[in-house]
Design a protein around this ligand. Sequence first.
Ligand SMILES: [Fe+2]
Length: 380
Amino acid sequence: MFLEKSQVISCIRYAVPLDARDGANGRTCEGDFICVRITSQPRKRSKERVLTLSSRTEMGEHLIRHGDSVKDIAFQVEDCDFLVKKAKERGAVIVKEPFVEQDSYGKVKYAVVQTYGNTTHTFIEYMGPYKGLFLPGYKEPLFKDPLLPKLPPGCLNFIDHIVGNQANDQMVPISDWYQKCLMFHRFWSIDDKQIHTQYSSLRSIVVTNYEETIKMPINEPAPGKKKSQIQLPFSLREQEYVDYNGGAGVQHIALNTSDIIQAIVNLKARGMEFLSAPDNYYDILREKLKTARIKVKEDLKILQELKVLVDFDDKGYLLQIFTKPVQDRPTLFLEVIQRNNHFGFGAGNFKSLFEAIEKDQDARGNLTTLTSDGNPKAFY
Ligand SMILES: [Fe+2]
């Protein structure tokens, strides 16, 4: 996923462990190559259907076009040939037909299909138990940074979801593609009911595999009735992402934790930077929680200090926070999320954050509304 300096940063800042290096492709002109791996179900290896992140030397061209970004999201599969056959029949572009790699530790079958933008999906089928470090050809890293074991742990457990940002009107065709070509289905969540605010809206369809172990929200820009000139957190500006990325791509990777307070304290100590939320977000939140059916177990004062966001419904809640972009472009970033019987993705926070910022800015009179031709006009 990341190369060179970013790889080192990813290990130090994000607490992503360095698993192995690609013995065949490492030490290329792009620099030493690192494979990072986070699975969606780390304790159930035999059944994992997972998002495994990796990259290869062709990442170079991708980097020139998009900067540090996700090129490939790999899924562990049971039957690579069958999936490729089905995907092909249903119109998917096959980048690489099934092929096998092996070393003395075992055999693995791969295939690559094209998805949105320049992003691809690699299917990985273990043809029997693989006893090596990661995949055939991968070896121990040549250098192990002595700083890493001294840093506090990131407390990150697995990938919760990966969001893909699309250009205008591409959300439905792309989510249809996942349903048709990869046999995913739509994952309904509480977010479906609350994605619109008066000022803006977020269009998002979440697709998931049969077992619902992989969650892929597909977003597209959606102007609201009124337009604000305020600087929303970049995470909510889909169009800006598409402009800077040069097309569709992965907007963020959410990493699940079972203790977000400890995770954020530790990640900050490692130098990770997070987005902030205005204090009146927490004033509004406290008011809303007074009549809520759920009780947030964590100390709200600490959550506010750390700027962790809270979204909830009648049955549960989630805690989440977004990092600043991983590079100069306002494109790829990470999210840390803790779930407590809540299966949304934080759409309530989209509304709450917007309202909190709007409330503040409204007092200063710099809101605008959209004219019929889509141009902003003063709104007071
Ligand atoms: Fe997210």
